[in-house]
Design a binder for this molecule. Structure first.
Ligand code: ATP
Ligand code: MG
Length: 437
């Protein structure tokens, strides 16, 4: 039998391993039984990259959350500090925490069967095995004990490890999809992401559920949460393609199929997104994702999609204005408004990153592409190397508005090529300080 404690210690990045140890210590202090569950265990055993950590406890999860909030996180590479509670739900006894390392962690009380979707249940006392059996697929229903007397013990009541080995998705009961149809989307998402297949009975259940059109009944908020998860995947287009093939995208709009989906636009956007990521700009805009998905639909159908997803007013407005705002930015980028490095920098640093991505993807004109590329590859890196230390040494307080202003002026001089050598730069900085800017 593999040693799961060893597996955790060797496979988890240091910061995550420290999070596990910290949660473990807090639970132990409170005498609570703690388990690592869900995606983290699946990815640990399956050899996939591990993202978020999900824990469950037998008992009041929020007591554990309070205990964690009281503790200081251990210092990793000079960063330490508070554990932040992103949200908590008293009735469900569940919360999401963010550790100083940036690790996102969910902590929940074990729940019994009959609780289906994560958004729609009330907590009923249960054991860890009940909790694992109520989950969507066997590969997501594995737990690792973190209790002192059984630390590292694998809890696999539905034989999920075997399915991980066979690389297949298997439901835990025949009505799984009918009872909670969002699982159809989750099944396709995991199948695509992990390059797994459906186990034979699961495939039949999936088809039956789809033919009964149970997917039409998924509440808007639940559907929206799933599409947000798809948007956060490394390859969202692959997952959307798989959903389209399964005729599931039509839950958003009956017209959302075949050539009505702009696959090429999505591919261009994905490439543009990589270009931005290299410069440290990560675009996580749900309106942009929806825009790309529905850009070939008539406006009325686009509104219908927003309606189906119960999209918030602010997001709807962003969505409606994206195309027009991109057009305006592209026009400015091609003209005098971006004619000098300083103007270009000011224009682009004021634009939301999703707009930058859209312009990069949809406006192939050389002048636009080159200017954005200059901004990303030259100006942004330059901005990170401003002489903050030197300015401080010249007696300007780092928190003062003057500090920012001088750095800005210095940065623009650099952009315009007015101060080239190190000596010129030092002289210029001194001059800015002396002239009382
Ligand atoms: P990811 O890598 O996308 O985060 P995950 O498996 O951790 O995958 P989450 O959406 O974070 O997925 O959910 C955590 C766990 O909660 C799942 O592993 C699964 O056990 C359970 N779960 C989530 N949604 C459902 C559902 N609709 N029905 C049953 N169990 C679910
Ligand atoms: Mg997860």
């Amino acid at each position: 039998m593999p040693d799961y404690l060893f597996l955790m210690e060797s496979r988890l990045p240091l910061a995550q391993w420290q999070v596990v140890s910290q949660v473990q210590k807090a639970a132990e202090a409170l005498g609570m039984n703690l388990y690592l569950v869900g995606g983290a265990v699946r990815d640990l055993i399956g050899g996939f990259p591990i993202e978020d950590l999900d824990f469950v406890v037998e008992g009041k999860a929020l007591k554990l959350v309070r205990e964690l909030g009281r503790q200081q996180a251990p210092r990793t590479q000079g960063v330490g500090g508070e554990v932040r509670v992103a949200w908590r739900n008293e009735a469900l006894q569940a919360a999401e925490l963010e550790f100083p390392s940036g690790d996102v962690v969910s902590v929940a009380m074990v729940r019994a069967a009959g609780d289906s979707g994560p958004l729609r249940s009330q907590a009923i006392p249960a054991t860890i095995l009940d909790d694992l059996r109520r989950r969507d697929f066997s590969i997501n229903a594995i737990g690792i004990s973190l209790n002192p007397q059984s630390r590292g013990l694998l809890l696999d009541p539905t034989n999920g490890v075997a399915d991980l080995e066979k690389k297949q998705i298997r439901t835990l009961h025949p009505y799984s999809f009918v009872n909670d149809p969002i699982r159809m989307f989750r099944a396709v998402r995991f199948r695509t992401r992990l390059t797994f297949t459906f186990e034979a009975k699961t495939a039949a259940q999936f088809q039956n559920a789809r033919e009964s059109k149970v997917q039409e009944k998924i509440p808007g908020e639940v559907l929206a949460q799933e599409f947000r998860q798809i948007a956060r995947e490394t390859g969202p287009a692959e997952i959307l393609k798989a959903l389209e093939k399964e005729k599931l995208l039509t839950v958003l709009s009956p017209r959302l199929q075949g050539p009505r989906v702009d696959w090429q636009g999505m591919a261009r956007a994905s490439k543009a997104g990589q270009g931005l990521a290299v410069a440290g700009l990560r675009v996580r805009s749900f309106p942009l994702f929806l825009y790309l998905l529905t850009s070939k639909l008539p406006p009325r159908d686009q509104s219908q999609v927003a309606e189906r997803l119960r999209l918030k007013q602010a997001d709807r407005q962003t969505l409606r204005r994206l195309a027009e705002n991109a057009r305006r930015l592209a026009k400015e980028l091609g003209g005098k408004a971006a004619g000098t490095p300083t103007k270009l920098y000011q224009l682009l640093s004021a634009a939301p990153p999703e707009l930058l991505l859209l312009v990069l993807a949809e406006y192939p004109q050389a002048i636009i592409q080159t200017r954005i590329r200059n901004y990303l590859r030259k100006y942004l890196p330059l901005r990170l190397k401003l002489p903050e230390k030197e300015l401080h040494e010249l007696g300007v307080a780092p928190e003062s508005p003057r500090f920012r202003k001088i750095l800005d002026l210095y940065f623009y001089a650099l952009l315009e090529g007015k101060v080239r050598t190190k000596t010129e730069q030092a002289k210029f900085l001194k001059k800015l300080v002396q002239t009382g800017k």
